[in-house]
Design a protein around this ligand. Structure first.
Ligand SMILES: Nc1ncnc2c1ncn2[C@@H]1O[C@H](COP(=O)(O)OP(=O)(O)OP(=O)(O)O)[C@@H](O)[C@H]1O
Ligand SMILES: [Mg+2]
Length: 348
């Protein structure tokens, strides 16, 4: 069997890792072919005998001096302790610099202690590292902006709930008392044909209209049924009020976190309004399913053909759903109806 010493030169010739030996004075004694190639030389003979420090980094990449006494790579020769670094810059024969990771170990030579080096060009690693950092930073920025969007959405919805409640408990109740008062007054007038009776009849009608309009307004701001009975009941009530025949399919839903319910509700409400306004549909189908996520769909049999990134309503839906880590898909082949589907994660 061949001894390892005999095959060692062949091994050093074939490895891609640089192996470089310097003597006790820091002069290059040996470099394998990988070391020659890494620095852009043609032959090891061009390097042997040169000062290792002066060859690798006679000055810093920015042109400032780099004295050998400050070079950490030479220290193993004096300390006898191995060293390693990732942030050194080496100079190629053509004068260009590259970042290098290096390892240095003391080695006892006949004339004194030298150093054996190994190093590699770290450009690619640094590129990868930079790309990784950029990706992580972009992810953090996206998470932060989604969280900010979610907070805005939650505060808008809480204002909506409060406003709807105030309209109901305040103005609407006052109008109801006014209506009752007017009716009682009207009943006190025995003669139905007087001017006063006619004015009171008109006032009763106006008060009733004002109550109806206020109720509709409060319903649009935040339907009380959503708060009181949950998503399924609110969507059923929406479907009943819809000008186009609308069916609601889906399982009975337990109550979900308020932001999930209102998010799903407003997606359905906007998709339904769109179907009524734009689709020329004869039927609309709403589907609600609760699995690991909440799945909702509003599908019409109308004209389809919704363009990608169409308008503020649909863009708002996308933002709304993605703020809650959900996804929104709009399928709208021309002439074959439109389906708006969303998946909204339900927190534990
Ligand atoms: N179900 C649908 N069927 C056919 N076309 C639709 C449907 N939904 C939306 N569209 C088309 O996509 C466009 C964009 O819809 P989007 O909801 O973003 O805006 P909008 O309804 O016009 O206005 P907004 O919702 O801001 O009041 C609509 O103007 C309409 O042309
Ligand atoms: Mg719209």
């Amino acid at each position: 069997m061949q001894s390892i010493q005999m095959v060692l030169p062949a091994i050093l010739d074939s490895v891609s890792q640089v192996v470089w030996v310097v003597d006790h004075q820091g002069r290059i004694l040996y470099t394998n072919p990988a070391g020659v190639a890494a620095l852009g030389y043609d032959d090891a003979e061009e390097l042997v005998g040169l000062s290792s420090h002066e060859t690798l980094h006679p000055h810093r990449p920015d042109g400032t001096p780099f004295p050998a006494s400050e070079c950490p790579m030479l220290q193993p020769a004096t300390t006898g302790i191995p060293a390693h670094g990732n942030d050194e810059w080496f100079k190629r024969r053509d004068g260009s610099f590259f970042p290098a990771s290096w390892w240095a170990a003391p080695i006892d030579l006949r004339e004194g202690r030298g150093v054996v080096y190994s190093f590699f060009d770290a450009t690619e690693n640094r590129e990868l590292e930079r790309a990784r950092r950029e990706r992580d930073a972009a992810r953090i920025r996206a998470d932060e902006s989604r969280a900010a969007q979610r907070r805005i959405m939650q505060s808008i919805e809480s204002v909506r709930r409060q406003t709807a409640r105030d309209l109901h408990d305040g103005a609407q109740q006052r109008l109801v008392s006014l209506l009752i008062g007017l009716r009682l007054t009207r009943d006190l007038l025995p003669d139905a044909a007087t001017d006063a009776a006619a004015l009171l009849d008109q006032a009763v009608t106006d008060a009733q209209t004002a109550i109806d309009e206020l109720r509709e307004l409060a319903y649009g701001v935040y339907p009380s049924v959503l708060q009181a009975k949950g998503l399924m009941a609110a969507v059923e009530s929406l479907a009943e009020r819809c000008a186009v025949p609308t069916t609601v399919e889906g399982e009975y839903l337990r109550r979900l976190p308020v932001e999930v319910e209102s998010n799903a509700y407003f997606v359905i409400a906007e998709a339904l309004t769109n179907a009524v306004k734009h689709a020329d549909a004869s039927h609309i189908r709403i589907r609600i399913e609760l699995g690991g996520v909440l799945r909702i769909e509003v599908a019409d049999d109308g004209i389809g053909g919704v363009a990608h990134g169409a308008g503020s309503g649909l863009t708002g839906l996308g933002d709304r759903v993605s703020a809650f880590d959900g996804i929104l898909v709009i399928d709208s082949p021309p002439g074959r109806g439109t389906s708006v589907r969303a998946e909204i994660p339900v927190p534990e």
